[in-house]
Design a protein. Structure first.
Length: 240
């Protein structure tokens, strides 16, 4: 019998995750959407070995907390609720549970994160270069900037003391903020770019997803990895 998985959220990402999980011999025990959310009881959650949660920003916190209350590890890829993430992580530790939250489960994006951190440390001493972050997603995405872009911005801010935050364009220009552009068009699965500009040249690093498959594969890998573990983790732990 394969790993028993519950899917919390069954949009395009949930369906992509299901396809890969089935290929790997996993058993999808249940699928919960907004329409049947009332069916999600603690007993139902305990039917599975792990829950993969890709829902909506307004639902993610309650979903994760219910999984943790039920004693089942949860892999969460919903973004737009990071203001309550710390609360969920503290509760996970209190419950001696297990959870992974990541703004992006793609292996390529997580390699991009590592490159971004490296470049940011180099640029910290190069005042002539200023950063700008651009992200492009499909028109159905609810949060802006994307959770991935926020992670990128947090990495830049951790290395560059001359900035004290970020601002979403078209806000008024503030020299103390890193500007970020969020574009919503078509069915773009996700493009993220960090642009470093000086008066003489420009350096750009870009990650462009061709489909949702990379995100889905990473989420399935994380679900396999977390079973039997205890603690609060990120995708960097899975890759490491």
């Amino acid at each position: 019998m394969g790993l028993k998985v519950g899917l919390l959220g069954y949009g395009k990402m949930g369906q992509a995750i299901e396809s890969i999980a089935l290929e790997k011999g996993m058993d999808i025990v249940w699928r919960i959407t907004k329409a049947n959310r009332h069916e999600l009881t603690n007993a139902r959650i305990q039917e599975v070995d792990v829950v993969i949660e890709f829902s909506r920003p307004e639902s993610a916190f309650d979903n994760v907390m219910q999984c943790l209350e039920s004693g089942i590890p949860v892999v969460c890829g919903s973004t737009g609720w990071q203001d309550r993430l710390g609360q969920a992580q503290s509760f996970c530790q209190q419950q001696q549970g297990a959870m992974i939250w990541a703004s992006n489960f793609s292996i390529g994006v997580n390699l991009f994160f590592a490159i971004n951190q490296y470049v940011a440390k180099m640029m910290a001493a190069r005042a002539e270069y200023s950063p700008h972050v651009t992200e492009i997603h499909h028109i159905h995405k609810l949060d802006a900037p994307s959770g991935t872009a926020v992670t990128i911005l947090d990495q830049l801010l951790a290395s560059m003391n001359q900035y004290d935050g970020w601002q979403l364009e078209p806000a008024a220009s503030d020299a103390g903020k890193i500007s970020v552009t969020a574009i919503r068009e078509g069915e773009v699965p996700g493009t993220h770019q960090v642009q470093w500009t000086s008066s003489t040249d420009e350096i750009i690093i870009t990650h462009k997803a061709h489909s949702r498959q990379g995100f889905a594969m990473g989420a399935v890998l994380a679900a396999q990895w977390i079973v039997g573990k205890q603690g609060v983790f990120g995708m960097e732990d899975v890759i490491r």
